[in-house]
Design a protein around this ligand. Structure first.
Ligand SMILES: [Fe+2]
Length: 423
């Protein structure tokens, strides 16, 4: 990416983070609803810390930290950078204030603008690579800002709405009760295929190296599982039948007392769903979302199907570029608009659990230095998700993108696409 293009992408990404905060009151920035979620104020500061630590400290000859305390407060998990304030206690910090954090952001933006104005050299080309990583890092946190705010607002019995519904051709805020169309299945021959990123453009290190895998013939469902289909699973005792669950999944169902996806509550005999637009009745045609790997796996077993492996998903998606996927700013998944046999809803609605544990590809080597901690050290006890969600910034994903979460995580926009072996 050319420097001018990089400077523009940097400015747009930084601006989007602040635009996503516009619906918030100052109190909303500070509270932490659970250890997995962070306050908005922390996201805003941490993404700034990333540029300060990995770009400014490297490139400025007279570098001084904006505030030396921030080096600890806003370091997430980089042990090779130094000490970190505990993740589970981020919501206890009332200082620096929200205004202080915005001042921090703008000071770092000014210093970054100065760097973009300098002439290119081999060193600045390496810095440009890190800036591109920082932009993609901030985009990941933009999605987390939305999912963490959703969880925070869910904890409030006033059910605050982050945003209002706007006109959209495919759905309404009153709820659609139409039956979903039966899904189509698309068959693939399998054989030796290539997956992974070839590094001709930006990708995270965990997406490569590109390599061969052997696939057996498989079928994959054309669209995502709908809320109506998931309700049928629930009404058939899905959450009460241990034979449908992995052992660890059944323990989790019993311990957590799960009876429905996260953000669902039953009121007067009707299921309501909390969204970033507030509480409203579940809509049967929409993709179900906020289900864990365990729930996705149990639903697949109940359906007589299974989850796709990440290699199957990527092979199926390999001819569909994300740019052609619909993008909307509803921050809630929409019903499928295409009932043909064409693969639909790969991107921009909900992340799709795969049956693949998150492990390194053959030949994977983490980057040297602290940035090697970005992805590689999390390759344990997590499952890969593919696609992207309605909270993912436009242009952030691609067919090789590997998202990952623990098998009981539910606060992200996560969902089910079924696969099966040929009959
Ligand atoms: Fe981060």
């Amino acid at each position: 990416m050319q420097i001018a293009e990089l400077a523009m992408a940097y400015a747009q990404s930084r601006e989007l983070s602040e635009r996503l905060c516009e619906p918030l009151a100052v109190e909303d920035y500070v509270v932490q609803s659970m250890p997995d979620a962070s306050p908005t104020r922390w996201h805003l500061a941490h993404t700034t810390w990333f540029f300060e630590t990995f770009v400014l400290a490297r490139c400025e000859t007279d570098y001084r930290p904006f505030n030396s305390h921030y080096q600890v407060l806003f370091n997430s998990y980089y042990n090779r950078v130094g000490e970190q304030f505990p993740r589970s206690r981020r919501g206890l910090l009332t200082r620096p204030t929200v205004a202080d954090v915005f001042a921090y952001r703008h000071a770092v933006d000014e210093r970054m603008a100065h760097l973009f104005g300098r002439r290119t050299s081999d060193e600045s080309r390496e810095a440009a690579r890190i800036v591109e990583l920082g932009i993609n890092h901030e985009q990941q946190h933009q999605e987390l800002m939305l999912t963490d705010i959703k969880h925070l607002f869910w904890c409030n019995p006033l059910w605050p709405a982050y945003c209002k519904w706007s006109a959209h051709p495919k759905t309404t805020s009153r709820g659609s009760l139409r039956d979903p169309q039966p899904p189509h299945w698309t068959g693939f021959d399998g054989g030796i295929v290539e997956i992974g990123h070839a590094k001709e453009a930006f990708a995270f290190d965990n997406e490569g190296p590109r390599h061969q895998v052997l696939l057996q013939p498989f079928h994959i469902q054309q669209r995502l599982v709908t809320t109506g289909e998931f309700l049928a699973f629930m009404n058939d005792g899905g959450y009460r039948r241990p034979e449908l669950w992995l052992s660890l999944g059944w323990s989790t169902v019993c311990e957590q007392k799960w009876t429905a996806p996260l953000y669902w509550i039953e009121q007067d005999g009707q299921w309501q769903q909390f969204t970033l637009h507030g509480l409203r009745p579940v809509q049967q045609a929409e993709p179900v979302c906020h289900v864990s790997y365990f729930e996705a796996d149990a639903f697949a077993r109940w359906s007589g199907a299974r989850l796709p492996t990440e290699a199957e998903w990527e092979e199926a998606a390999s001819h569909i570029q994300p740019e052609t996927a619909p993008h909307h700013d509803h921050f809630h998944p929409q019903p499928v608009s295409d009932d043909s046999a064409r693969l639909a809803q790969l991107y921009g609605e909900v992340w799709q659990w795969t049956a693949s544990p998150y492990t390194p590809y053959p030949g994977y080597v983490p980057a040297a230095g602290p940035l090697g901690e970005y992805n590689g050290k999390f390759m344990c006890n997590q499952y890969v998700l593919r696609g992207s969600s309605c909270a993912t910034p436009a242009g952030h994903t691609r067919p090789t993108y590997r998202n990952f979460f623990p098998h009981d995580a539910r606060w992200q926009f996560t969902e089910i696409r079924l696969a099966r072996d040929p009959v």
